[in-house]
Design a protein around this ligand. Structure first.
Ligand code: HEC
Length: 107
């Protein structure tokens, strides 16, 4: 594995707690959109909240930082038994941030 990969793995949790939305700075949004669509995230959320499922994303709720958002994506992905790379988790979280949470923009 490339050294860059190792750096990302080690740096991501630190960056999440220390820098908030900055963890999404270099995220691959196109990859995140693809993974969100492919993994039926909204299908399950829709069963819970109705509509297109996006009502489950509550920026005013307990997900109140970019780090927690990323953690929640990781949690849901592990429920799905997806084995995502850390940068894939970050990419998905970055798309949700752009479309729903806007932690990055608040900075
Ligand atoms: C098997 C069902 C299921 C699937 C599939 C699923 N989720 Fe979830 N997700 C949930 C449930 C249930 C909650 C609400 C948890 C709670 O707050 O009680 C949730 C909550 C979330 C939240 C937090 C919302 C908030 O603001 O509180 C995020 C972010 C999220 N999911 C992302 C994802 C992503 C990304 C995927 C696809 C990779 C995904 N989920 C797939 C069931 C699922």
């Amino acid at each position: 594995m490339k050294p860059l990969f190792i750096t990302l793995v080690l740096a991501a949790p630190l960056a999440a707690s220390a820098q908030g939305g900055a963890i999404f700075k270099d995220a691959d949004l196109a990859l995140g959109e693809k993974l969100l669509a492919e993994n039926q995230c909204s299908a399950c959320h829709a069963r819970r909240v109705g509509g297109d499922g996006s009502a489950i994303y509550r920026p005013q709720g307990r997900i109140d930082s970019a780090g927690k958002l990323r953690g929640m994506v990781e949690y849901c992905a592990s429920e799905l038994k997806l084995s995502l790379f850390p940068e894939e988790v970050t990419a998905i979280a970055a798309v949700l941030d752009r479309d729903h949470y806007h932690f990055e923009r608040k900075r």
